[in-house]
Design a protein around this ligand. Structure first.
Ligand code: AKG
Length: 213
């Protein structure tokens, strides 16, 4: 009940991993959603990611700056329509660097990769590490729409110990330093929990990374 009566607090989930609730105001969320809708259009738009083992990821994805595919980066959608990846805008880099300053209190390098993940229906994301980059700059994660359970674990195993964090629309999560290579995933999204005024059915996650490429 306290969480509903009082503003949710900034929380350090693990060393270098910080959750900042309500970081994006309603206007900024609407702007980001509109940008995501544009990025999701073809060419180089939203796609289903296929893993080398023959599986598919249930969250669909579009990339900016560098195209991520399991488990590397390219400048074109090598596992899709072959189009050049959409550019990474300067304003998104500024947002990413401001996120790191606000969450960790340190300056950051320039961001050049965005992964936009769209969760609808029963979509989720298994435990994984962001380890295809050549940079150890913090990862920035922004949430829009439905609330999810974000599982943040450790750098050694996909299993416990981990902490389940509720990420709501507008929340920021940053992980760097000793937590940069921690396993994390999204075991559950709660359908119908997006703020009605946002106008999104489902959940969008915008993950910003520094490629070092
Ligand atoms: O959707 C999320 O909050 C997590 C996304 C993620 O882990 C990733 O894109 O690597």
């Amino acid at each position: 009940m306290d969480a509903e009566l009082f503003p949710r607090a900034r929380t350090e989930i693990a060393p270098g991993a910080v959750h900042v609730p309500d970081w994006l105001d309603a206007g900024r969320q609407r702007e980001l959603l509109e940008a995501c809708r544009q990025w999701a259009r073809p060419p180089a738009g939203l796609r289903t990611v296929r893993t080398p083992g023959g599986g598919t990821m249930t969250a669909r994805q579009v990339c900016l700056g560098w195209h991520w595919y399991p488990y590397a980066y390219a400048r074109t959608v090598v596992d899709g329509d072959g189009a050049p990846v959409k550019p990474f805008p300067d304003w998104l880099d500024e947002l990413g660097r401001r996120a790191v300053r606000d969450a960790l209190g340190v300056p950051s390098q320039s961001y050049d990769i965005a992964l936009i993940n769209f969760y609808d229906g029963d979509a989720r994301m298994g435990m994984h590490r962001d380890s295809d980059e050549k940079s150890d700059a913090p990862v920035v994660s922004l949430s829009l729409g439905d609330t999810c359970v974000f599982r943040f674990g450790n750098a050694e195993t996909r299993t416990r110990p981990y902490t389940d964090v509720e990420l709501r629309s507008g929340d920021l999560f940053v992980f760097g330093g000793r937590s940069r290579l921690a396993y994390h995933g999204v075991p559950r999204v709660h359908p119908g929990t997006a703020p009605p005024e946002l106008g999104l059915t489902g959940r969008l996650n915008i993950t910003l990374r520094v490629s070092g490429l």
